[in-house]
Ligand binder design. Structure first.
Ligand code: XMP
Length: 329
């Protein structure tokens, strides 16, 4: 049988045979498991000729930038530049309500910023970076024919979603995809060997467009982003405290641009409604809504209303996929 250590050694050898000793490599870190493991592996092979960038698009979760940067720098020693582009993204998204339009704008902005990063790096190095690392997995590359000799068989169809990103147009970068023969659980195994912290490896998936698809409508409305961040943080923390995080595929809060009447203290309120979504799934293609204990729901709802200003009603999404999708947009 093959061991993950051998897979790692082989991949490192392949990378070293591909990247010449004076070549430089760039990588966009999303904060997800795949790009992190891919970058860590490449870093082990070529050291600081790897140059990573992490973009804060203003659509990240509560303290997410600080948290992932800490993992990248302190735990993994990755050479990473953090670009705060929140203002740029949010100004482009102002007034946009169509979900696909939001995705398009975010994708386009991302390429813009990545392009600028690559060009700045070229100035600094005095030469173009030659390669781009991508955390493509096996299920992303197969359509109906697994590569010959891979010994893989499969039965799933490909997701229509694309991760935010793409190639800078005029850069002519060659791709390094060190995870392209691995499934998700194998990427986690590899991550473990590379000392990626366990909680990081077990994080729920997070969509490329981030909170833009979890704030319905205009993401810049009022303090919607701030509200959804706080609610999400309370919800996820409660899930972790209850010891059920690993039994759930994805859990998150959604901001609804709807106000309802409530009573808090002896005040009548007219505040926003949020909804909580948690699902179990194998691959995200289909999903079942997760059945929480009543006591858990009671507590979390109370916590949210007591702590998040601007929210007076918490609802629970009890729809599976199909007919719903996992995300609300
Ligand atoms: P849906 O909402 O289509 O989501 O049931 C299935 C899985 O894909 C994630 N998702 C996305 N991921 N870009 C991404 O990178 C996107 O635009 C996107 N939309 C949905 C979603 O979080 C779930 O895990």
């Amino acid at each position: 049988g093959w061991k993950m250590e051998d897979v790692m050694d082989e991949e490192i050898e392949v990378i070293n045979n591909t990247v010449a000793p004076d070549d430089h490599v760039i990588c966009a870190l999303s904060g997800g498991v795949d790009s992190t493991v891919a970058a860590t592996l490449v870093h082990k092979a070529i050291g600081d000729r790897l140059h990573c960038v992490f973009v804060d698009n203003g659509l990240l979760r509560y303290k997410e930038r600080e948290r992932v940067m800490e993992t990248f720098e302190r735990d993994l020693h990755l050479p990473v530049t953090c670009v705060d582009a929140s203002e740029q993204f949010l100004s482009k998204l102002k007034g946009v309500v169509d979900p696909e339009m939001k995705r398009k704008i975010i994708g386009k902005e991302f390429i813009c910023i990545f392009d600028a990063f690559a060009h700045e790096l070229e100035q600094k190095l005095g030469k173009k970076p030659a390669f781009l690392v991508q955390g493509t997995l096996y299920p992303d590359v197969i359509e109906s024919c697994p590569p010959p000799g891979s010994g893989r068989t499969h039965s799933h169809t490909i997701k229509s979603h694309h991760n935010v990103g793409g190639l800078p147009k005029d850069m002519k970068l060659k791709l390094i995809e060190p995870l392209k023969l691995l499934f998700k659980d194998e990427v986690r195994q590899l991550g473990r060997i590379l000392k990626v912290p366990e909680p990081f490896l077990k994080r729920h998936p997070f969509p490329g467009p981030g909170l833009a698809v979890r704030v319905l409508g205009d993401v810049t409305e009022g303090n919607a982003l701030d509200i959804v961040r706080q609610v999400d943080e309370i919800f996820i923390q409660s899930i972790k405290d209850a010891g059920i995080y690993d039994s759930i595929w994805q859990a998150f809060a959604v901001f609804l641009p709807v106000k309802s009447v409530g009573v808090q203290g002896d005040q009548r309120t007219h505040s926003y409604v949020v909804t909580l979504r948690a699902v179990t799934s194998q691959d995200g293609m289909t999903a079942d809504w997760y059945c929480f204990e009543n006591s858990f729901l009671k507590e979390v709802s109370q916590k949210i209303c007591n702590n998040v200003r601007g929210v007076n009603r918490v609802t629970l999404d009890i729809t599976s996929k199909p007919p719903s999708t996992i995300e609300w947009e």
